[in-house]
Design a protein around this ligand. Structure first.
Ligand SMILES: C[S@@+](CC[C@H](N)C(=O)[O-])C[C@H]1O[C@@H](n2cnc3c(N)ncnc32)[C@H](O)[C@@H]1O
Length: 721
C-alpha cells in the first residue's frame, strides 16, 4: 500500500528561502520572473484550454507547486507512518492565511488510495498486476519505476516490502529506448521465444513545460522549437514500445508537456500507422476524482518566428528534415476513428497540480509488419551472436548453515554488470541488429549518450519459495564478480536471472536483485558470508537462527555505541547472545511481541555482528541516528553519533553496510570518550575483554573494491516528490 497527502507544508516565505521545488534554479524563487509571452501566445494558438480559463491557468502556473509526499513501503509500516504523521504533525496544524493566500493543512489526495502526486498517475494507469512482465523504457531517475515495483509486489502486502528499486524482480539495463533489443526466454521445450511485455511505460523525454511550477527556469528557457526537436525521438520510442508489446498488453505514453506536437501528434501518428492494431483505451472511469481534459483533435505547427506551417508542403526545403509530416494533426475523420479525445491532458488550475499528458494504448492484434512470435533454437541463437562467451557457473558454497535454513550448496552464475564501467554505461550503446527500424530513422552507428532503461520482470515465481525449497542461491542468486571469490550474492527472481543469462550478449545490465549476503572471511567463523542490511527483510522469514529479540533500551545502546560489550545489554539479550558463536546476527525489536516467531514486517530488524564479547550493528550513521531517535534515545548524548563529530571519524566498512570492520578503531573511540557514566565503566576488565574481542572482530577482512553506500531508504520512509 502506499498513501498520499498533498498540501502546502511550507508557507510561501519559507518556500522562497528554502528553495523548495526550485530544483534547477540556484538564484532563488524571488528572482525568477514568471512571464513568457511567447509561451502564452503559443498555447493560446494551440487552444489547449478554452480562452476564458486563461487567467486561471496562468495564475496556477505562477504559484509554486504544493509539496506532496508519498508514503512508500509495505502496508503495516505505511499505515503506521501515516497515523504517526497525522497524529503528531498534521492534526496540530491549523489553516492559515499569508499574503492573502490560504495555506491549507496537508490533506490526502482526493482520487483514491493508491495515488501519488499527479505526475505519477501515468504509472497507475498502466494497471500493473503482480504476474506482469513490465518494461519501463525511459526510467531514469526512477520514480515511476518505484511505483511499478510497488504494484508488482502489491499482493504480498506485509510479506515483501517494495522499497523503491530494491526488489528481486527488477533489473536495470542501459539501452537507448529507440533500439531496445529483442530479448528471449527459455521455453520448457528447450526453444527460445521472444519476450513480449504485458505492460510498457514510455515516459518519454519532453520539453517539460508542465513542470514550470517546480522547475521555474522553464519560464526563461521555454521555446516552441523544443517540441519540434523532440517529436521524432518521442515517436521512435513509442514505436519501439508498441513493437515489444504483447497482443492484449497495454502501453502508457506520457509527457510532462502541454504541447500537442509532443503528445497527440506522436500518439496519432503511431496509432494510424498501426492500422487498427493499437487502440486508445477509454480511461475516463479510472482514477475517479482526477480532473482531466480530453485530447485535442487539431493543433498548429508553428516555427520559431513564430509562423504557422499550415501543411507539410509549406515547410521550406531546408527545414523539411526538421518539420516532419507526423507533426500535423490527422484528418478529422482519422482523429474521430482513433478516438483521439481519449488522450488525457492534466492542467494545473483543475486541481492545483502540475501539467501532464497521458495516453493508454491497447494492442489488439499484431502490427502490420509484425511477424509471428519468434521462436529460436539454442543453436540458432548462438549462431546469430558474435560472441559466444557463456555464463560462468562457478560453484560457491554458502557455509553458514546456522544462518539460513536449508542453505546448502549454491550454484552461482555470473551477472554481466561488472563488465560495464560507469563511463561505458552512459556512453556506449551499439544498437543491436534486431532493433526494428520500421517507420523510424536508421539507428545511429556512432556512440550515443543514453540514460538508463529499466526492465522489470514478472515475479510469477515468488522469491519467497526459493529458500524454503532448499536452494537459497541455486537458481535465483547472482554474483557480479568474475573469477576469484564471490563478493556479494544478489537475491533475484528466477526469471530475471534466466533472462540475464539467455540474453547476456545483448543486455547491458546495471543492476539486478537485492544484495543479501556479503563476503566476510572472518577468522574462526565458519561462514564466508555475512548478512546485509539491504536484503534482510527478504531473507529474514527464512532464517531459523541467529536472531535476538531485543528491548528498546538495547537498541538505544546498540545505536549509540560503536561496539557495546555483551554485558551492557539487558539480561534477556545477554542470555540470548550467550547461545551464539561469532558471526552475523539479527536484532529484532518490537514492543508488541514476546517471541521471535511473532516478528513481522512491522518489527525493527537490524543486521549486526556478534564478536567474542561485544556486538555491533551494520547500519550507517544516519540510520543509527534515526533508529536512536525512534527509540527515544538522545543523539546529542552519543559521541559516536553526535552531529558535532566529524563524519570521517566514523569509518565505514568497504561494503557500505556499516562501520568499518576494524573494531580496534571503534573500541579506541569508545574507550576515549569517557564523559558518560557508561563509558567510565571501561575498566581493566573491559580492556581484557576488548583485547580478546579484537581477535574476532578486527580480523574480518573488508570486501575489496566496494564503494560505500548507505541505505537511505531505511532511514527515510517518507519520500518527497
Ligand atoms: C521524463 S523522464 C523519465 C522520468 C521517469 N519515468 C521517472 O518517473 O522518474 C525521461 C527520461 O528519459 C531519458 N532518455 C532520454 N533519451 C532517451 C533514450 N533515447 N532512451 C531512453 N531514455 C532516454 C532522459 O534522460 C530522462 O531521464
Amino acid at each position: 500500500m502506499y498513501l498520499s497527502a498533498i498540501g502546502n507544508l511550507w508557507p510561501n516565505g519559507m518556500a522562497k528561502n528554502s528553495g523548495w521545488g526550485e530544483k534547477q534554479d540556484r538564484r532563488g524563487y524571488a528572482e525568477i520572473i514568471k512571464e513568457n509571452k511567447t509561451f502564452e501566445n503559443y498555447y493560446k494558438e494551440q487552444n489547449i484550454i478554452p480562452i476564458e480559463e486563461w487567467e486561471a491557468f496562468m495564475s496556477a502556473l505562477k504559484k509554486p507547486l504544493p509539496a506532496t509526499f508519498r508514503i512508500t513501503g509495505f502496508r503495516g509500516q505505511a499505515e503506521q507512518v501515516l497515523e504517526f504523521v497525522k497524529g503528531n504533525y498534521i492534526n496540530n496544524l491549523v489553516t492559515k492565511t499569508q499574503d492573502g493566500d490560504v495555506i491549507d493543512k496537508p490533506y490526502p489526495l482526493p482520487w483514491g488510495h493508491r495515488v501519488g502526486a499527479g505526475e505519477h498517475d501515468p504509472a497507475l494507469l498502466l494497471d500493473v498486476k503482480s504476474d506482469h512482465l513490465v518494461l519501463d523504457m525511459c526510467a531514469a531517475p526512477g520514480s515511476k519505476t518505484a511505483q511499478i515495483i510497488e504494484a508488482l509486489h502489491a499482493d504480498e502486502s506485509d510479506k515483501q516490502p517494495a522499497k523503491r528499486l530494491n526488489s528481486p524482480c527488477c533489473m536495470v539495463v542501459n539501452h537507448d529506448a529507440r533500439f531496445f533489443p529483442k530479448l528471449f526466454f527459455d521455453r520448457p521445450d528447450g526453444k527460445k521465444e521472444q519476450l513480449m511485455y504485458d505492460r510498457i511505460l514510455c515516459d518519454v523525454p519532453c520539453s517539460g513545460d508542465g513542470t514550470m511550477r517546480k522547475n521555474t527556469m522553464i519560464w526563461k528557457q521555454w521555446a516552441q522549437t523544443s517540441a519540434i526537436s523532440l517529436h521524432n525521438l518521442q515517436k521512435q520510442i513509442l514505436h519501439r514500445g508498441t513493437e515489444l508489446l504483447a497482443v492484449g498488453g497495454k502501453l502508457v505514453y506520457s509527457t510532462c508537456s502541454f504541447n500537442p506536437i509532443e503528445n497527440e501528434a506522436v500518439v496519432s501518428s503511431v496509432l494510424i500507422a498501426s492500422e487498427g492494431a493499437l487502440q486508445l483505451a477509454d480511461v475516463s472511469g479510472l482514477l475517479p476524482g482526477l480532473k482531466r481534459r480530453s485530447g485535442l483533435k487539431s493543433w498548429k505547427v508553428i516555427n520559431e518566428t513564430p509562423q504557422e506551417y499550415a501543411k507539410p508542403e509549406d515547410v521550406p526545403d531546408k527545414k523539411k528534415r526538421r518539420y516532419i509530416e507526423s507533426m500535423w494533426p490527422p484528418s478529422e475523420e482519422d482523429a474521430e476513428r482513433i478516438n483521439l479525445h481519449r488522450c488525457v491532458r492534466i492542467v494545473p488550475h483543475d486541481q492545483n497540480s502540475g501539467g501532464f499528458f497521458v495516453a493508454v494504448l491497447e494492442k489488439v492484434k499484431r502490427l502490420p509488419n509484425e511477424k509471428e512470435p519468434i521462436v529460436k533454437t539454442v543453436t540458432e541463437i548462438q549462431r546469430t551472436e558474435d560472441n559466444t562467451v557463456s555464463a560462468d557457473s562457478t560453484e560457491v558454497t554458502v557455509k553458514d548453515t546456522d544462518v539460513i535454513e536449508n542453505a546448502a550448496t549454491s550454484s552461482v552464475d555470473e551477472d554481466i554488470a561488472d563488465t560495464i564501467s560507469t563511463e561505458d554505461a552512459v556512453t556506449s550503446v551499439t544498437p543491436t541488429d534486431d532493433a526494428s527500424t520500421e517507420g523510424i530513422s536508421e539507428p545511429p552507428q556512432k556512440k550515443v549518450k543514453t540514460e538508463k532503461v529499466t526492465l522489470i520482470l514478472s515475479k510469477k515465481t515468488p522469491l519467497i519459495t526459493l529458500m524454503v525449497m532448499g536452494a537459497v542461491a541455486g537458481d535465483k542468486m547472482l554474483t557480479r564478480s568474475f573469477g576469484g571469490k564471490k563478493r556479494n550474492l544478489y537475491y533475484t527472481n528466477k526469471r530475471v536471472k534466466q533472462i540475464i543469462l539467455t540474453n547476456q550478449q545483448k543486455l547491458k545490465v546495471i543492476n539486478s536483485g537485492i544484495k543479501t549476503l556479503c563476503r566476510s572471511d572472518a577468522e574462526g567463523v565458519d561462514c564466508s558470508f555475512r548478512l546485509s542490511q539491504e536484503g534482510i527483510i527478504s531473507i529474514f522469514p527464512f532464517m531459523s537462527d541467529r536472531k535476538v529479540l531485543v528491548e528498546q533500551s538495547d537498541v538505544i545502546k546498540l545505536m549509540s555505541t560503536e561496539c557495546p560489550f555483551d554485558y551492557t545489554f539487558s539480561e534477556k539479550m545477554q542470555t540470548q547472545l550467550k547461545t551464539f558463536g561469532q558471526g552475523s546476527i539479527v536484532f529484532v525489536c518490537d514492543p508488541e511481541i514476546s517471541d521471535l516467531s511473532q516478528a513481522s514486517s512491522k518489527s525493527l530488524i537490524i543486521v549486526g555482528w556478534k564478536g567474542k564479547t561485544s556486538v555491533r550493528s551494520y547500519l550507517d550513521k544516519n540510520s543509527r541516528q534515526h533508529y536512536l531517535r525512534m527509540c527515544g534515545g538522545d543523539v546529542s548524548q552519543s559521541d559516536a553519533l553526535s552531529e558535532k563529530q566529524p563524519l570521517e571519524t566514523i569509518s565505514r566498512d568497504a561494503s557500505g553496510d556499516g562501520p568499518e570492520q576494524d573494531d580496534r578503531t571503534a573500541q579506541e573511540k569508545f574507550a576515549g570518550s569517557a564523559n558518560s557514566e557508561e563509558k567510565k565503566k571501561t575498566n581493566k576488565n573491559d580492556e581484557t575483554l576488548k583485547e580478546a574481542d579484537q581477535g574476532g572482530l578486527s580480523t574480518i577482512k573488508a570486501e575489496e573494491g566496494q564503494v560505500g553506500a548507505s541505505d537511505p531508504s531505511e532511514a527515510t520512509p517518507v519520500e518527497t516528490n
